[in-house]
Design a protein around this ligand. Structure first.
Ligand code: 13P
Length: 340
């Protein structure tokens, strides 16, 4: 019964045409995003911005789940409706970011470990009461030419992800497992594929050892892509092929859905890559998006913190949701970017 529930929530989040809006920026991160449009990061500005996103008409056609930050899960619309309730009433599953960020991994210079396991069981109980049906935990793996990541760094992060996922499932919450191999750096696509392969292999070994039900979780990986500073950037098709090769080798078919992070790609690139992946051969999982920046950067640029720009911001947001909804089924074309 509990297992069936996990599976049906996971399936609902990645239903046809749908993906996830990652709106779970921590306060320091949303501050960075607001800085780009000269908006002060006050609690009310953060609330208003999220309200603009969540009240955009018709997004429920393309958005199956929204990841919230702790503060946002406790906030309401102008008229007092809790955001989780608003989203649920629109058929969108509310979720919550539960990790406490990536910190320096002791005695492993330049590697990070995600914190937040202490007290997590109790926090999950509260989040569930507040309406969260799924959760997210992000591990960060950086690629460096000097043998980084280490095998231990990968294993430590995979272990953390698995402990988090097990705690979620114990309480009937669907875990989104996010091992992010960063796009920062000058590494080529081959190195990204090698590291992403090692990471996914370690993550599923740990998930299995922790008895995590694969049918009741979602995977949020990076695409296999050259580092942003690499001189050789690959074609959309090459990224799609490398990404699928890696996922096919290391991700069990029992996982209901793979929802990519955008990781610093432009909005159009993230959509184009997702589209190409969905066009390349059939695969056993739903393959969709869980984008933060690739859904929101154009919205922030349209909004600029001005009430007079809200309609334009919502129009921009709906367009990005719709295009990613198409890409998620392999029906997007880059020419659609120009059309209104
Ligand atoms: P980006 O799509 O901006 O990478 O964010 C997704 C996310 O949730 C990172 O944890």
């Amino acid at each position: 019964m509990a297992k069936d529930n996990l599976w049906s929530v996971a399936k609902a989040i990645v239903a046809k045409q749908k993906g996830v809006l990652a709106a779970d920026e921590s306060n320091p991160t949303i501050q960075k995003r607001f800085d780009t449009i000269n908006v002060t990061s006050t609690e009310e500005n953060r609330r208003r911005y999220r309200e603009i996103l969540f009240t955009t008409k018709d997004i429920e056609r393309y958005i199956g789940g929204v990841i919230l930050f702790d503060e946002t899960l406790r906030q309401t619309t102008q008229d007092g409706t809790p955001f989780a309730e608003l989203l649920s009433s629109r058929g969108i599953v509310p979720g919550i970011k539960v990790d406490k960020g990536a910190k320096a991994l002791a005695l492993h210079p330049e590697e990070k470990i995600t914190e937040g396991l202490d007290g997590l069981r109790e926090r999950l109980v509260e989040y569930k009461q507040l309406g969260a049906k799924f959760a997210k935990w992000r591990a960060v793996i950086e690629i460096d030419d000097r043998d980084i990541p280490t095998t231990f760094g990968i294993r430590a992060n995979a272990h953390g992800l698995a402990r988090y996922a097990a705690l979620c499932q114990e309480l009937g919450i669907v875990p989104i497992v996010e091992p992010e191999v960063l796009m920062d750096g000058a590494h080529d696509i081959e190195r990204c594929e090698e590291v992403t392969s090692r990471v996914l292999e370690a993550v599923f070994t740990e998930l299995d050892a922790h008895r995590v039900l694969f049918e009741g979780m979602l995977l949020k990986p990076n695409m296999v892509i050259a580092g942003m500073k690499c001189a050789r950037q690959e074609s959309v098709q090459r990224v799609a092929e490398a990404t699928l090769r890696c996922l096919t080798r290391y991700v069990p078919a029992a996982i209901p859905g793979i929802v990519f992070l955008s990781g610093g790609q432009s909005a159009a690139d993230a959509t184009d890559h997702l589209n190409a992946i969905n066009r390349t051969s059939p695969h056993p999982w739903q393959v969709s998006f869980s984008y933060g920046r690739a859904l929101q950067a154009p919205v922030l640029a349209a909004w600029k913190g001005q009430e007079s720009n809200v309609a334009a911001a919502q129009k921009t947001f709906l367009k990005r949701c719709r295009l990613n909804g198409l890409a998620r089924d392999g029906k997007y074309d880059r020419a659609m970017e120009a059309a209104e």
